[in-house]
Design a binder for this molecule. Structure first.
Ligand code: NAP
Length: 308
């Protein structure tokens, strides 16, 4: 029997719907809507798409949203000055600096910029203070993708307490916070990465498997215990016809989409996993919409906390 599809887009719409009265109440009390400042540096095509989606959703939810652009040639100091202005702004409750920053700024530069964001406005949940609070299970602003996954699981009545969970990926933005959120909900959690031996066998122990790897169709059926819940975080753009046909098959809708558009998106989980898993998030339409919904929810939460 094919896996139950966990509809992230529907849950994201529900989360946005639930925000409507809270946004109205905040706006009435504060005399202004909750405000989000998004900073985009340079011209990364994928970032343009992500940021466009965030701006549209935020505006649709009744938030004030300001997109602040800097050229790829901007210095770290210019970017830090912009973050400082948003930190001091009374109209902005949330600040998001879109990653990745231009190569010239380096990994250390990205860290300096994220560290400079006022933790009470850190709606991405990347600031060390917010990460520390998450470790201690007293966080208010948590990274959007893993917290969206928890919303999806809980609202879909997928058990977390007591289950064996395996998270493949240990990034600061997905894998690590995901593992902590599941741990705090009483799952027994294993975190895997590129140096994990016997990965398929470890993954196969999971009742709940989260794939946050960044490699198209990497998680094959042999990674999955029959009946397990599989959450596919990966967003991989495929521009090679043979690869699309190899993963999705000759007569597949995805291959037809590829013929029309020249590229398609694939998750980290192979489509054949649908025949083994009990429940599965689709790509697209699974985790992606939840990430944006949680950004809006975090902004509202930050606004309410600032208002007191
Ligand atoms: P990342 O920082 O590149 O981390 C990838 C992780 O996967 C690393 O921990 C890496 O291990 C591990 N990995 C790579 N190759 C592996 C292998 N062969 N076997 C086992 N583990 C392996 O990526 P990320 O930022 O976490 O993102 C992961 C994916 O999720 C990407 O496709 C990204 O586009 C997507 N994403 C989606 C959303 C959404 O809203 N849906 C949000 C964020 C990210 P090492 O640590 O050992 O290198």
């Amino acid at each position: 029997m094919p896996a139950r599809v966990l509809d992230g887009a529907a849950v994201a719409a529900q989360i946005r719907e639930e925000m409507v009265p809270r946004v109205a109440a905040f706006t009435a009390r504060a005399g202004r809507p909750p405000g989000l400042g998004i900073v985009l540096v340079g011209e990364n095509a994928a970032s343009e798409i992500y940021v466009g989606g965030k701006v549209k959703s935020a505006a649709g939810a009744g938030l004030r949203v300001d997109l602040e652009r800097l050229p790829a040639t901007a210095s770290i100091d210019e970017l830090l000055a912009l973050v400082d202005r948003l930190n001091r702004s009374r109209a902005h409750d949330g600040i998001l600096v879109q990653s990745p920053l231009p190569d010239g700024m380096g990994a250390e530069g990205e860290r300096r910029v994220f560290d400079a964001i006022d933790p009470s406005k850190d709606v991405d949940g990347f600031h060390p203070i917010n990460v520390g609070r998450l470790v201690q299970n007293r966080a208010s602003l948590v990274a959007c993708t893993p917290s969206g996954i928890v919303e999806l699981l809980e609202r879909s009545r997928i058990p977390i307490a007591g289950v064996r969970a395996v998270v493949i990926g240990r990034s600061d933005i997905v894998g690590k916070p995901m593992a902590l959120l599941l741990l705090h909900r009483h799952a027994t959690v294993t975190i895997c990465h590129s140096r994990t031996p016997n990965l398929p066998a470890v993954a196969r122990e999971a009742d709940l498997l989260v794939a946050a790897i960044g490699r198209a169709a990497f998680v094959a059926p042999e990674f999955v215990k029959p009946g397990a819940t599989v959450v596919d975080v990966g967003i991989n753009r495929l521009a090679d016809r043979a690869q699309v046909e190899g993963i999705f098959g000759a007569g597949s809708k995805r291959l037809q989409d590829f013929e029309r558009r020249g590229s398609v998106v694939a998750g980290d989980v192979h489509p054949a996993v649908a025949d083994v898993a009990g429940a599965l998030t689709p790509v697209p339409g699974g985790v992606g919409p939840l990430t944006v919904a949680m950004l809006l929810k975090n902004t509202l939460r930050a606004a309410e906390d600032r208002l007191g």
